[in-house]
Write a protein that binds this ligand. Structure first.
Ligand SMILES: C[S@@+](CC[C@H](N)C(=O)[O-])C[C@H]1O[C@@H](n2cnc3c(N)ncnc32)[C@H](O)[C@@H]1O
Length: 196
């Protein structure tokens, strides 16, 4: 079987890494939720050698993630856990959580489940990073994001690009505050929350 490949991951992995280097600099263990192809995990683990990178996803993506790890193994890169937002998460407390391009793919209730999971598993003073597109004051940041949102909703009406205000409110319920909002290439954001 060929490794799964995402061109978007190839394009965004370096800009994301440049921010994670500083943002996760004090973290020991980062849980990646929704690792997808596994490209992000292998790249970040290789370049953030002071921390352990724990991949996770639904079972259907594990084979692909494992193929990437087979080709680029690292002592600090862990094979995927079966982690579904909607279920209890099979992890202890971690000091970092990362997710990319997941919150617009799942339903609103799964977005709420995601934050409940963060609330249960992120330690005090821990850091949460969320990468993806968002709306501000109900407005898309680009025409292409508006078109993407329509495309998502055609597949499943409860999907869609989230309002940043609703994400900040869900994070606040779990004791997290937004400390940085980085503009990223291709009309994406990297949101950094701290639990304080
Ligand atoms: C668009 S992909 C993004 C993958 C990768 N993070 C990236 O940036 O390319 C969305 C990911 O969310 C995962 N996902 C969807 N529903 C999920 C759920 N209920 N619990 C955990 N992960 C889920 C998918 O399996 C997929 O890996």
């Amino acid at each position: 079987m060929n490794k799964p490949f995402s061109q978007a991951c190839e394009n965004n992995k370096t800009p994301i890494l440049n921010i994670l280097k500083n943002t996760f600099s004090k973290c020991h263990t980062v849980l990646e939720v929704g690792s997808g192809t596994g490209q992000h995990g292998v790249h970040f683990a290789k370049n953030l050698t002071d921390l352990t990178w724990q991949t996770s996803d639904l079972i259907e993506n594990h084979q692909g993630i494992n193929l990437w790890i087979d080709d680029e193994p690292a002592d600090n890169l862990k094979r995927p856990l079966l982690l579904d937002f909607a279920q209890l998460w099979p992890v202890e407390i971690v000091d970092g959580i990362f997710t990319a391009n997941t919150l617009h793919i799942v339903s609103n209730s799964l977005v709420e489940s995601f934050f409940k999971g963060v609330g249960r598993h992120l330690e005090n003073d821990g850091t949460l990073c969320i990468y993806g597109p968002f709306k501000y004051d109900g407005e898309f940041t680009s025409t292409s994001n508006a078109q993407f949102d329509l495309w998502l909703k055609n597949i499943e009406p409860s999907r869609g690009i989230r309002d940043i205000e609703s994400i900040i409110a869900l994070a606040k319920n779990e004791g997290l505050s937004l400390v940085n909002d980085f503009d990223m290439p291709a009309n994406n954001q990297l949101l950094v929350f701290k639990r304080q």
